[in-house]
Ligand binder design. Structure first.
Ligand SMILES: [Zn+2]
Ligand SMILES: [Zn+2]
Length: 143
C-alpha cells in the first residue's frame, strides 16, 4: 500500500544521494550540501547579524555546468547564480556559485552556507573585534 504522505525520493543535485529533511531544509549527508528556501535564508542572516538583509540572486547562466543540476523538490533545472546580500551600507563579497529554483530556494554545496554566514558575521562585527557568533549558530548550518 502506498501512503499519500510519502514523498518521492529526493535526490541531491550534486551527488544524487537521497536527501534528508531537517526543519524544512533538505540536507545531503553524503556531500554536506543543503537546500534552503529564500525566507529561511533571510531569517538565518537576520538572526545572525540583527540586521534585516536585502537578499538577491544574480543569475549567472553562462556558468559551465549550467543545466546539470535539478531542484530536489520539483526536478526543474536550477539556475546558476550568485548570492547578493546587502546589510545596511555593507555589501560583503560573497564568492560561492549557487544553484537556485525559482519556486523552492537555493542549493548550497558543502559548507558554502556556513562560509557565507561567516563572511556576513565579520561584515557586521566591530572593526578589529570580530564579535563571536551566537554559540553554535554557524555550526547549525554544517551537516
Ligand atoms: Zn550530495
Ligand atoms: Zn523546485
Amino acid at each position: 500500500m502506498t501512503s499519500p504522505y510519502r514523498d518521492p525520493e529526493r535526490a541531491c543535485p550534486a551527488c544524487k544521494a537521497t536527501l534528508r529533511e531537517f526543519r524544512g531544509r533538505l540536507c545531503c549527508d553524503a556531500c554536506s550540501g543543503i537546500m534552503l528556501g529564500l525566507a529561511d535564508l533571510t531569517m538565518a542572516i537576520e538572526q545572525l547579524t540583527r540586521i534585516a538583509p536585502d537578499v538577491k540572486f544574480i543569475d549567472d547562466p553562462m556558468r559551465g555546468e549550467a543545466g546539470s543540476r535539478n531542484c530536489p523538490h520539483c526536478a526543474a533545472t536550477m539556475t546558476p547564480c550568485r548570492l547578493d546580500v546587502t546589510l545596511l551600507e555593507d555589501r560583503p563579497k560573497l564568492k560561492p556559485e549557487l544553484d537556485r529554483c525559482g519556486a523552492h530556494g537555493v542549493w548550497f554545496d558543502n559548507e558554502e552556507l556556513a562560509k557565507v554566514l561567516e563572511v556576513l558575521r565579520r561584515a557586521v562585527s566591530p572593526k578589529g573585534g570580530g564579535g563571536a557568533a551566537p554559540s553554535g549558530f554557524i555550526e547549525g548550518y554544517k551537516f
